[in-house]
Ligand binder design. Structure first.
Ligand code: FE2
Ligand code: FE2
Length: 337
């Protein structure tokens, strides 16, 4: 067993047993509370099951890059879950530079999963070849399916208006404008009219009591638009899904755990396997909790995967699975204040 797998075991225990990780546990409880309203409408219609989330591997070209190992560790983490997930969702940013070899490497590493894989793209996957190699390796970017009483939706949320053709940018220049968090050139991205029309048709005949789970790379709310922690047409998407008793929206992109609730939509951000982005300088209302990331000497702190358990009533319980124990070293064995 590797050091990191050892840490996984400790972290999982910590999630259920240690007060020091209240951030992660409380977030999960918050998610459950957020879906209490489903109970009456959907009772008995959901056959309980689990799915898992792996997000933002940001693979580089070449061999033996540390991010390759991180993704392999996330795959081991998911494969090691005592309760097998029915599927795994890869939440985008597989390939840091959008290169075909990075995409193929991601597909190869993820092929070790002992369960079905579904995927949505991130901006790093998309703008070198406008999704061509991502599609070749991971399929369609807009999809839905029904599973054990839950309606699942995946959409491409990182589409921007064309700023590159008139500027005569090369594919590499176009891609590179999406690299920094606060890049001013691409502007705010979203799902766009064609996908919104698709979504309207997709949910037209779905019973409003059906629990809905939607996956987008970026959050379906205005978390911090300056860093593109947003989806520009999220309000319209929330309106299209407004008829449902409860919608749970999962996203990657922000590379940390975050929770939000607007109307019937509960949003959950998940950790990346590559690096943790800082929390943006915004104050979020209760019941938002920031993930503890208090050990600067721990290079795996703030990264990992997630497991989501859907219960009989359609409620979901999220267990964030950090690669490393997020307790500061001095707190691991208790401390006196
Ligand atoms: Fe990312
Ligand atoms: Fe991203």
């Amino acid at each position: 067993m590797t050091d990191r797998q050892n840490m996984n075991r400790r972290s999982m225990l910590a999630l259920t047993g240690k007060a020091g990780l209240t951030t992660l546990t409380a977030q999960a409880i918050g998610v459950n509370l957020g879906l209490v309203g489903v109970a009456g409408a959907a009772q008995g219609k959901v056959e309980p099951f689990r799915f898992a989330i792996i997000s933002d591997p940001h693979l580089y070209s070449g061999v033996d890059h540390v991010f390759d190992k991180n993704l392999e560790d996330a795959v081991s983490q998911v494969n090691g879950l005592a309760k097998r997930p029915d599927f795994v969702i890869a939440m985008g940013d597989i390939a840091h530079h959008g290169e075909r070899d990075q995409m193929e490497k991601g597909k190869r590493i993820l092929s070790a999963l002992k369960t079905k894989l579904v995927s949505i793209p991130g901006e790093h996957d998309w703008y070198l070849d406008m999704g061509a190699s991502w599609r070749e390796n991971f399929g369609k970017e807009t999809w839905s399916f029904d599973h054990k009483g839950v309606h699942f939706i995946g959409m491409n949320a990182i589409l921007t208006p064309d700023f590159w053709t008139a500027a005569k940018l090369t594919p590499e220049q176009r891609r590179d404008w999406f690299m920094p968090l606060n890049s001013p050139v691409p502007g705010l991205w979203g799902c766009g009219e064609a996908q919104r029309d698709w979504l309207k048709k997709d949910v037209a005949n779905v019973d409003p009591a059906t629990p809905v789970v939607i996956f987008t790379h970026s959050p379906l709310w205005d978390y911090y638009p300056r860093w593109n922690f947003q989806v520009s047409d999220s309000k319209e998407i929330r309106q299209i899904l407004g008829k449902f008793t409860a919608v749970t929206a999962f996203h990657g992109h922000v590379h940390h755990t975050v929770y939000n609730k607007i109307g019937n939509m509960t949003s959950i951000g998940t950790m990346s396997t590559s690096w943790p982005w800082p929390y943006p300088p915004v104050k979020l209302p209760y019941p938002e909790f920031q993930q503890n990331r208090a050990d600067p000497s721990n290079t795996s702190d703030g990264m990992g995967s997630a497991a989501v358990d859907l219960d009989q009533k359609g409620g979901s319980f999220v267990t964030h699975q950090p690669f490393a124990d997020s307790l500061p070293a001095k707190m691991k064995n208790g401390f006196k204040a």
